[in-house]
Design a protein around this ligand. Sequence first.
Ligand code: NAD
Length: 296
Amino acid sequence: MTRIAFVGLGNMGGGMAANQAKAGHEVQAFDLSKAALEKAVGAGCVAAGSAAEAVKAADAVITMLPAGQHVRSIYAGEIIPNAKPGALMIDCSTIDVESARAVAKQVSEAGFRFADAPVSGGQAGAEAGTLAFMVGCAEADFPAVEALIAPMSRITIRAGDHGAGQAAKICNNMVLGATMIATCEAFALAEKLGLEPERFFEIASKSSGQSWSLTSYCPWPGPVPTAPSNRNYEGGFATAMMLKDLKLAQEAAAKAGAATPLGAQAEGLYALFDRLGGGGKDFSAILELFRGHAPA
Ligand code: NAD
């Protein structure tokens, strides 16, 4: 049994902390939201009064917070000054690469081990313990990181040193955003040309137009029964979340001097769809924009 401090028990962190408790670990949990904390206690975690209190006797610390500023401030203000010597710290939030590297530096300088380990798989994956983790950490620390992540994960891959997990996450989601838009444009064009969308799916899924966006997450309702398009685009991966990741990719590209014009277009289109009211819909709902419909 490991004593784990888990901070950030929202849509993602709630299920992840519950899976650690289910695996037999003692989970000292904290969230600013009382409701989130109560839910975690119901799932077998122990309520801590603050992040500082949660980490005091913990062998490992896991954080799942909204953005870079939350992660920077909680590590500097509460986690590093109060953690037990030797504790392993893993931040699973999706944040900017610069913040991940800055926190890693602070944590390492204070004598602790750190990994940035953002995830893919959404709330359903968090609850089922089937998330994919992309890890940035020292090579020597990876076995311990992988073991700690195991109850929450389907697959864990070391992307490289500190910051590489976040870099992998935003590069992956930039591909996802752009291929989803291309797929939606193609369905809207097929419809205008009188080509049956189901026939287009059948052909493209076996041709060079094939992608995850088409065959696992088809934006046109019907061909892939498990896709959010069949549930009026409810659940899944919200447009607002995709927009957050595309913005992070654009910020990183600007700082690194990389040319990412398709990523920039994708960010602009998702920002427009968000402004039109589509922020809470699954990101495949952007099909509606190309069909000339307002978000339902
Ligand atoms: P969320 O808003 O549901 O949860 C964040 C939680 O952090 C909230 O409960 C909030 O109260 C808590 N929090 C904020 N500041 C805090 C502090 N100082 N101390 C303690 N608790 C604090 O968000 P989420 O959907 O769980 O996402 C969390 C992270 O996971 C984000 O970085 C997001 O980009 C990433 N992510 C989300 C998804 C998804 O599908 N929801 C998928 C992959 C990655």
